[in-house]
Design a protein. Structure first.
Length: 303
């Protein structure tokens, strides 16, 4: 993947910044954030992409305020525009430009209780997580917007769209410069632990952590792999709960912080979270365990 024109959307976000770094050395990277393009404007997307003629479009722009979108109708509308409609506009523009589209989705498309034609949650747990072709069933509005975005892309695959849909989860890494880039779970917990010496962390939701620089690297490897188009699960190894990850964080950081395991109902939130949404990667080389990446990430904070 060299000497290509690569358009990266959401370029100032946590993942977008890492993608720009990963591809910039030997490609013509065009990095757009929301001040350069409104991806919810179909006509604008169509025009800007056809003028640019990229070889690859990587969409790292998304709405991810899970709770806000659950309880506020205008926020849900925004989430639907960014997560559901915009991927369709990008897919249509990519098809016309004969560009490859890379789009990111979420483990939150899963987690609803299995129904008759699906594996039970127990079977999924025993097999090591949700595979790429397992039937999605989101438990919250955010998950539904992400699933709708997936469907917009998939429906163009029969028309010749070249696409990679990458599902990932619990992203962490250096904070993006965008004003909507969120600090990672680890950054937030580290701060509370250092200030209070004690922290309560949810212990009944299990999924995988993903280090943004590792995901950017794996995205590049996927584009270079000549693997078939379709859905891929890319997450770091060692699935765990938020509580286990917090314990690991303070152990690596060498900080004596008391971590208390609590049930999720201790922190009532508007959006329901899946209790289990581990993504199983059945198609690509496994990524390293998240705690190895966490060691690298913690160097940023100079502990």
């Amino acid at each position: 993947m060299a000497n290509n024109k690569i358009l990266i959307l959401g370029a100032q976000g946590n993942l977008g910044q890492q993608l720009v770094k990963m591809f910039s050395a030997d490609n013509d990277v065009v990095a757009w954030d929301k001040s350069e393009i409104d991806i919810t404007d179909k006509g604008l997307v169509s025009k800007k992409v056809s003028d640019l003629k990229p070889d690859v479009i990587i969409n790292a722009a998304a709405y991810n305020a899970v709770d806000k979108c659950e309880e506020n109708e205008s926020e849900f509308e925004l989430a639907s525009k960014l997560n559901s409609e915009a991927p369709g506009f990008l897919a249509e523009a990519a098809l016309r430009a004969k560009a490859i589209l890379v789009h990111y989705s979420s483990d939150y498309v899963f987690g609803g209780h299995a129904h008759h034609h699906m594996k039970t949650t127990k079977e999924i747990r025993q097999s090591g997580g949700f595979a790429e072709d397992d039937g999605p069933r989101p438990v919250n509005k955010y998950g539904r917007t992400k699933l709708a975005g997936e469907q917009e892309i998939i429906k163009l695959s029969g028309k010749g769209l070249k696409w990679y849909l990458i599902r990932t989860s619990k992203l962490f890494g250096p904070k993006g410069v965008s004003d909507v880039a969120k600090p990672s779970f680890f950054e937030v917990i580290l701060k509370i632990g250092e200030e209070k010496g004690e922290v309560d962390v949810v212990n009944d939701e299990k999924s995988c952590f993903t280090y943004a620089p590792d995901l950017a690297k794996a995205t590049r490897e996927l584009l270079e792999s000549n693997k078939g188009y379709g859905i891929y699960h890319l997450v770091n190894g060692a699935p765990c709960t938020w509580y286990k990850a917090a314990k690991k964080l303070f152990k690596i950081a060498g900080l004596a912080v008391k971590v208390n395991a609590v049930p999720s109902d201790k922190f009532p939130r508007p959006a329901k979270r899946p209790k289990y949404s581990v993504l199983k990667n059945t198609k690509l080389a496994p990524m390293r365990d998240y705690h190895l990446a966490l060691k690298e990430y913690l160097n940023i904070f100079k502990l």
